[in-house]
Ligand binder design. Structure first.
Ligand SMILES: [Zn+2]
Length: 286
């Protein structure tokens, strides 16, 4: 299985366009910027699937050799897109794929509903291309091209702010990919380390997980990480340390997160627990 980490920042990216906080200033000064989260996964190195389509997707696709069209063709190795949520930072980029002949989009029925009503992305896109909606169900494996199998695990009912009118449901999920006996879990929005999530990561070779906030109170006491659907990194570290079988990477970093700085003591804490911070363009093979 091949994995390309396309982007590793939470919504807004790092630096964020309208933010002059020390972390964003540092990102500007050093050029250590991060695009908004997404990964590409392939079982055979030819058929690729994107997980999440951030507003930065066009630049991510252009920067990734494996995702370019074969020379002389008007084609793409991208065979489908999977959404972990209906959040804008995970879905806006789909509009940028409207030149495709067709788009196979995988998400929970709840996410597809949000993308048809409150934010009618599918409806808008259907004027440009053929959108094929595939509903993923909690715990039910789906066969993809290139020897890849994917299983969704529902993690929370945390709704995007634009969809607060929609009845709560399966709003956030993780995906576990299996190919050739190896496995990779992608969970950029982990509200809690639930038994279902435990099951999803059991015996996994690699997991890229929610690194939005390092601490519960990073945004101040009025905006706890848990209230925004994110389990703080520091609370995950003992759980990760107890699972040496799986390699853990943190992704979806908010622009307040000290892990943005490689020399921060918090980054050393992550390394001491046996984990690491993912980076844009990271190439992994299992
Ligand atoms: Zn900032």
């Amino acid at each position: 299985m091949k994995i390309r980490i396309l982007g590793t920042a939470a919504g807004g990216g790092s630096p964020q366009w309208n933010c002059g906080c020390p972390e964003c200033e540092e990102a500007r000064a050093t050029g250590r910027s991060r695009t908004q989260d997404g990964v590409a996964v392939s079982g055979d190195g030819r058929a690729w699937y994107l997980v999440n389509a951030s507003p930065d997707l066009r630049a991510q696709l252009l920067a990734t050799a494996e995702l370019r069209p074969p020379a002389g063709t008007r084609d793409t190795p991208v065979r489908g897109i999977l959404f972990t949520s209906a959040e804008l930072d995970h879905t806006l980029g789909l509009l940028g794929l409207r030149e495709a002949a067709e788009l196979d989009v995988y998400a929970t029925a709840w996410v597809h509903e949000a993308l048809t009503t409150a934010f009618p992305l599918h409806t808008v896109l259907s004027g440009y291309t053929r959108v094929r909606r595939h509903d993923v169900r909690d715990g039910e494996p789906v066969t993809l091209a290139g020897g890849l199998r994917v299983t969704a695990t529902v993690l929370s009912a945390k709704r995007p702010r634009y969809a607060n009118e929609q009845a709560p449901g399966e709003a956030v999920c993780a995906y576990r990919f299996d190919a050739g006996g190896r496995s990779f879990v992608y969970a950029p929005g982990l509200a809690a380390w639930t038994p279902a999530f435990e099951k999803a990561i059991s015996d996994a070779d690699l997991a890229a997980v929610d690194g939005t906030f390092f601490t519960e109170d990073e945004m101040g006491p009025a905006r706890p990480a848990s209230g925004m659907g994110h389990l703080a990194v520091r609370e995950q570290l003992p759980l990760i340390h107890a699972r040496p079988r799986t390699r853990f990477l943190f992704t979806h970093l908010n622009n307040t997160n000290p892990l943005l700085r490689p020399d921060a003591p918090e980054t050393a804490e992550v390394v001491a627990a046996g984990a690491a911070v993912a980076f844009d363009g990271q190439s992994l093979e299992l």
